[in-house]
Ligand binder design. Structure first.
Ligand code: HEC
Ligand code: HEC
Length: 743
C-alpha cells in the first residue's frame, strides 16, 4: 500500500514537470489541403477513419470529427485551446498523447491545427488510407454444412477423423474392452460407475445395438442432469455465497442449480436453454421456471460491505454479465474491449458498451415461490426451513437507465451515450435489438456463427478430454484453430437440425468408433501425437473432483441418492471455515445420511470452497469456467488417503468386505470387479493377497493402530485385526490409478 502511494506521488510530479505547454495558434490563414490534410493523413488516419475508429473517433470527415469519440466532443470551434483534440496532440496530459506511437507532432503543426479549429475547421479533399484488411477469421464466418468425406466407416464422425489420420499415416485403436467401455460411458454420461451386475449384463452382449440401448438408458437417467448440469454450473459460476470479503450466504441460489439439472434432464433445446437463462423473465407469459432460469446472471459476486460504492459494484456485476455472456455462449473475449478496443479481435470498445447496455437496466430481485414438495431427505433440515423454500434469485427489468462508454472502463468516467446493439463482426444488426430478449434470441439463432460451434465443442471436450478447438473459451484470433474444422461445422449443423438437443448430440458422439476406441497409448501415438489431437485413441482422463467422491461413496455403498433441494455441508478438515472473513462462516456439518449426496449438491462457499473438491481442480466460481484444469499434485494423493470422507468410505467398505466369505482371494476379486469392472489378473491377485496378509500381520502386532482405523466400529467387530486389514486394503483399492481415471 505504502509503495503504491509513493508511486502515485512520483507520478503526480512527472505530470507537472513534463506536461507540454500549448503552442500558440498560427496567425496565418489556414488552407486545409496544404496545411491540415497531410497531418491527418500521415499521423492520424491509420487509426481514425471509417472501419477503424480507435477511441470511437473518425477524422476522415468533418461531420464525424464533430461527433467526437468515446469520451464525447473533441473540438470546440473557435476555441482550440479548450479542444481535447489539441490537448492530446500537444501532450498536455502525458497519459494521453496522440499519436500514441511514432513521431509526435511538431509545435508548428500543432499551431496550424489550432488555427484551423479557431478559423472554423474548413474541410476539403482528404486521401483516406485503406486500413490493411485483416484476413477473414474462420469462427466469425457462417456455419456451413460440410460434405461428409468418403470412407469405409459408417459413422460420419469416424469418416472426418479417418480422413485426417490417413493423411498422417496413423491407425486408430481397436474398440475398448466391454468393461472399459461401459465404465467410460457411465462416468461420462451420469458420473457414476456401473455396478458389477451392470457390467456383467453388458459383457454378455456388447453388440452395437445393446450399446446404443445402454446409451439411451443413461441419457434418460436423472443422474445425467446432475453430471452435465455440473459442467454448466462451472460456466455459470454458480456458488452458494456472495463472494468478496464478507462472502455472505445465498440460501436460495440452489433454485437455479436445480433449474439447470432439470432443464438438462428434460433435454430443453439448447437455444431455448440460452434464451431462458439470459431473458426468461422477458418471454411472453413467462412461467415460474423461466424466471428462475435468469438466476444464471445472479451468480455474479455481490459486495455488501459497509462503505463501499454501490454503483461501483453494480457496474462490476454488469461487466461480469457481459464477460460471461461473451465467453460462455460465444467463446469470445469481448471483456477485453472494456477499457480499449479489442487489440486482436474485431470488437470495438463502443460495441462492448452496446452489449453492456442490454444488461445495464436490470434489477436483482427475489422471486416468491410456492413451496415445492419437500425433498426426500433422511432428516429434514433444521450441495431455516420455511425461508429456504420460498424464494429464488432472479433478474428483472428495472427502470430505464442510460448507458455510456466508460473511458478506460472506469465507472467514474462516462463518455458518450450508447444504445444496445450487437457486434457488427458477428453479423449483429444494431437497429433490430433493444432488449435482453433480443440479445438472447440473436445468440441462440442459427445465424450466429459462434454459438453452436462453441457449444458442440464444449460437449466434445467433455467426452474426449480436449476440444476440437482447444481454447474452449476463445474462438478469436488468439485462440487455437480447430483441429478438424469440417467436423466442427458438421456437428454444429447436425445439432441445429436435431432441434438443438444435447442428448442427441451426445448420442451421436458416443456411438462413434472414435469415442469407443481403447485409450491405450502406442509408441507411434506418443511420438506423432502426444496430445491426442488427431484422435487415433481415446484419452485417459483423471476423473473430476465430484466424481472421485461420488464413486467412492457409490462403491462403498454409501451414496445417498436424492435429487435437488438445499445444499449439504459434508465433513471437511478443521480450520477451513476459519479462513473466511472474521471466521464468521459456521460450517454446520450435515449429520444425516444426506451428507453423502452427490458432490453437485455440496455448499459452495466462494472464499473457502470445499477443500477436497478444490484439490481436484473444481473452480472457485468467482468467474465463469468452461475448461477445468487437470493438475497432478501430491496433495491429491494425501487427500484420497486421509480426507474424512474417503476414510469413511474405506472404513464402511472394508467392514463390508470383512463380512463376506472367509475366502479372501474371492472377496478381493469381487471387490476389484466392483471397482473397475474387470477381472483381476493372477499377478495382481497375488500382489493384493500379499498386501492383505501384510496388513493382517501389521495390525496383529499393533492393535492400537487397528483400533484407530476401526474408530467407532471397534466394539462391533469380532476380529479387529482382520477387519482393520480389510479397511486398509479397501483404502488401497480406492486409491488405485485405474479407479481414479476414466480409461
Ligand atoms: C496508432 C493508432 C493511433 C494514431 C496514429 C492516432 N490515434 Fe488517436 N487514439 C488512438 C486510440 C487507441 C485512442 C483511444 C485511447 C483510449 O481510449 O485510451 C485514441 C483517442 C484519440 C482521441 C480521444 C477520443 C476520445 O473521445 O476519447 C483523440 C482526440 C485522438 N485520438 C486524436 C488523434 C489525432 C489528432 C491523431 C493524429 C495526430 C491521432 N489521434 C492518432 C489511436 C491512435
Ligand atoms: C480494466 C481495463 C482493461 C482491460 C479489461 C483490458 N485492458 Fe488491455 N490495456 C489497458 C490499458 C489501460 C492499456 C494501456 C493503454 C492502451 O494501450 O490503451 C492496455 C494495453 C493493452 C495492450 C498493449 C497495447 C499496445 O498497443 O501495446 C494489449 C495487447 C492489451 N491491452 C490487451 C488486452 C487484452 C487481450 C485484454 C483482455 C484479456 C485486455 N487488454 C483487457 C486496460 C485494460
Amino acid at each position: 500500500m505504502l509503495r503504491f502511494h509513493i508511486l502515485a506521488i512520483n507520478f503526480a510530479f512527472s505530470t507537472s514537470l513534463f506536461a507540454a505547454p500549448l503552442p500558440e495558434p498560427s496567425q496565418q490563414l489556414v488552407d486545409f489541403s496544404r496545411d491540415i490534410a497531410p497531418i491527418l493523413q500521415q499521423h492520424c488516419l491509420k487509426c481514425h477513419q471509417d472501419g477503424k475508429s480507435k477511441g470511437g473517433l473518425r477524422l476522415d470527415a468533418r461531420a464525424e470529427l464533430l461527433k467526437g469519440g468515446n469520451s464525447g466532443v473533441v473540438v470546440q470551434l473557435g476555441q482550440s485551446g479548450k479542444s481535447r483534440l489539441i490537448q492530446v496532440i500537444a501532450g498536455v496530459n502525458p497519459d494521453e498523447v496522440m499519436p500514441p506511437e511514432g513521431e509526435k507532432l511538431t509545435s508548428q503543426q500543432i499551431s496550424l491545427m489550432r488555427a484551423w479549429i479557431d478559423q472554423g475547421m474548413k474541410w476539403g479533399e482528404l486521401k483516406t488510407i485503406k486500413p490493411t484488411q485483416a484476413g477473414k477469421h474462420w469462427a466469425f464466418e457462417p456455419v456451413k454444412a460440410p460434405k461428409i468425406p468418403d470412407g469405409e466407416a459408417s459413422h460420419p464422425i469416424d469418416r472426418f477423423i479417418q480422413v485426417r489420420l490417413e493423411k498422417e499415416k496413423l491407425l486408430t485403436n481397436p474398440e475398448a474392452t466391454p468393461e472399459t467401455l461401459i465404465r467410460r460411458l457411465y462416468l461420462d454420461l451420469i458420473g457414476l460407475p456401473p455396478t458389477s451386475a451392470e457390467v456383467d449384463q453388458f459383457k454378455s452382449d456388447a453388440s452395437a445395438t445393446n450399446y446404443e440401448q445402454l446409451v439411451d438408458c443413461l441419457l434418460a437417467d436423472p443422474h445425467f442432469g446432475e453430471r452435465w448440469g455440473r459442467h454448466w454450473l462451472d460456466a455459470a459460476r454458480y456458488a452458494d455465497s456472495d463472494g468478496y470479503e464478507k462472502d455472505l450466504p445465498r440460501p436460495y441460489a440452489w433454485r437455479y442449480r436445480d433449474w439447470v439439472i432439470n432443464a438438462i434432464n428434460r433435454d430443453l433445446p439448447y437455444d431455448q436453454f440460452v434464451i431462458e437463462q439470459l431473458a426468461g423473465d422477458l418471454l411472453p407469459n413467462a412461467n415460474q421456471e423461466q424466471k428462475i432460469a435468469t438466476g444464471f446472471h445472479r451468480n455474479t459476486l455481490t459486495n455488501k460491505e459497509g462503505g463501499v460504492d454501490q454503483e461501483e459494484f453494480r457496474v462490476a456485476a454488469v461487466m461480469d454479465r457481459v464477460a460471461t455472456t461473451g465467453k460462455v455462449f460465444l467463446g469470445a473475449t469481448i471483456a477485453c474491449a472494456q477499457c480499449h478496443d479489442h487489440k486482436y479481435d474485431p470488437f470495438s470498445q463502443r460495441e462492448y458498451y452496446q452489449l453492456f447496455a442490454f444488461f445495464n437496466r436490470d434489477k436483482e430481485t427475489e422471486l416468491d415461490l410456492a413451496p415445492p414438495p419437500l425433498p426426500r431427505l433422511s432428516i429434514p433440515p433444521k450441495k431455516t426451513v420455511v425461508d429456504a423454500y420460498s424464494k429464488a434469485p432472479v433478474l428483472t427489468l428495472g427502470p430505464d437507465r442510460k448507458s455510456h462508454i466508460l473511458i478506460k472502463g472506469d465507472f467514474l468516467r462516462p463518455g458518450v451515450e450508447v444504445q444496445p446493439g450487437m457486434p457488427v463482426s458477428l453479423g449483429g444488426n444494431a437497429a433490430a435489438a433493444t432488449t435482453r430478449l433480443d440479445l438472447a434470441r440473436w445468440i441462440a439463432s442459427n445465424e450466429n456463427p459462434l454459438t453452436r460451434r462453441v457449444f458442440v465443442n464444449q460437449v466434445w471436450s467433455k467426452l474426449f478430454g480436449r476440444g476440437l478447438v482447444f481454447t474452449l473459451d476463445d474462438f478469436g484470433t488468439q485462440g487455437e484453430k480447430p483441429s478438424h474444422p469440417e467436423l466442427l461445422d458438421f456437428l454444429a449443423t447436425e445439432f441445429a437440425q436435431d432441434g438443438w438437443s444435447l442428448k442427441r448430440l451426445i448420442r451421436g458422439i458416443v456411438t462413434s468408433s472414435t469415442y469407443k476406441q481403447s485409450s491405450q497409448i502406442r509408441p507411434d501415438h506418443l511420438e506423432r501425437d502426444p496430445r491426442n489431437i488427431l484422435l487415433a485413441r481415446q484419452s485417459r482422463i483423471r476423473l473430476e473432483s465430484e466424481i472421485l467422491r461420488d464413486q467412492a461413496l457409490a462403491v462403498s455403498g454409501q451414496l445417498f441418492e436424492s435429487f435437488g433441494g438445499p445444499p449439504i455441508k459434508p465433513p471437511q478438515p478443521p480450520g477451513i471455515s476459519e479462513l473466511t472473513y472474521a471466521s464468521h462462516l459456521k460450517w454446520v456439518e450435515t449429520t444425516g445420511i444426506d451428507r453423502n449426496r452427490r458432490g453437485v449438491y455440496i455448499w459452495l462457499q466462494r472464499t473457502s470452497p470445499y477443500p477436497s473438491l478444490m484439490t481436484f481442480d473444481s473452480p472457485d466460481s468467482n468467474v465463469c469456467t468452461v475448461r477445468r484444469d487437470r493438475s497432478n499434485t501430491p496433495l491429491q494423493a494425501l487427500t484420497l488417503l486421509n480426507d474424512v470422507v474417503f476414510q469413511e468410505c474405506a472404513q464402511t467398505w472394508g467392514l463390508k468386505l470383512a463380512q463376506r466369505s472367509k475366502d479372501v482371494s474371492a472377496t478381493l476379486a469381487e471387490a476389484f470387479r466392483s471397482l473397475v469392472g474387470r477381472e483381476l489378473s493372477s499377478s495382481e491377485q497375488e500382489r493384493l493377497m500379499q498386501l492383505f496378509v501384510r496388513f493382517k500381520t501389521l495390525y496383529a502386532a499393533k492393535p492400537d493402530q487397528a483400533k484407530t482405523l476401526l474408530g467407532k466400529s471397534m466394539n462391533k467387530v469380532s476380529d479387529p485385526t482382520t477387519s482393520a486389514a480389510w479397511i486398509a486394503t479397501a483404502r488401497t483399492l480406492l486409491n488405485l490409478d485405474e479407479f481414479l481415471n476414466r480409461e
